[in-house]
Ligand binder design. Sequence first.
Ligand SMILES: Cc1ncc(C[n+]2csc(CCOP(=O)(O)OP(=O)(O)O)c2C)c(N)n1
Ligand SMILES: [Mg+2]
Length: 235
Amino acid sequence: MPRSTVDGRFWSKVVKGPHCWLWTAAMFRTGTGQFRVGHTMRQAHRVAWELNEFLADNTIYIGDGGDVVTISAQAVRPRGPGQWMDPGALGSLGVGTGFAIAAGLANPTKEVLCYYGDGAFGMTAFDMETANRFGVPYLAVVGNNSAMNQIRYGQLAKYGEQRGSVGNLLGDVPFGKFAEMLGGYGEEVRDPAQIAPALARARESVRKLRRSAVVNIWVDPREYAPGTKNQTMYK
Ligand SMILES: Cc1ncc(C[n+]2csc(CCOP(=O)(O)OP(=O)(O)O)c2C)c(N)n1
Ligand SMILES: [Mg+2]
């Protein structure tokens, strides 16, 4: 692939491992590019890779979140036109649930998957009940780093360690329970090897129960998208 294209520049930095593809552009000494498993760290961008592997030909992929979604955009390739939605140029968080409902209503035969950051999920998640009520259940995946990391890493860059994490840390919320509360399937994933099976179980459950499912994947809070620290508002 020619290096001059965006695609080419991205793939030239990918090292393909057996279980995980590592995007070397995002590697830093501090641990970025890793995945938390229990108390140990594994190489990451695994979630993005798994999501890409998981997409079906008819999946509409929606991204709603900060850095986890930015990272996923490097690896996830929708299989057809009209099967990618995100907050767009203004980056308005919270569009995911509404997009999922609209996508489901407009495309009754397609699968809808929304990948959220935990911050973004908290903004509009309750309309998952609306989605269920209107008969358009979807598969929600949360990249949960217990923070609004895209903000946090910008603040850390500008204000340093002491004030970097003010107002942007979130609790450890097991969002899988949210889907269960609404009659659907929920799962907490801490082991990277469980991402694919958990996604498959959730897909199956959406089809059978006709209720939205949530796969809550715990990702490394130290992982961030490299562009985050370069946003103009933090200069
Ligand atoms: C409506 C709206 N409010 C605030 C922001 C600013 N903002 C950008 S990313 C972000 C944090 C997102 O956190 P999360 O979804 O958990 O993603 P993470 O960066 O942690 O992966 C915020 C608040 C925004 N883009 N849109
Ligand atoms: Mg987050």
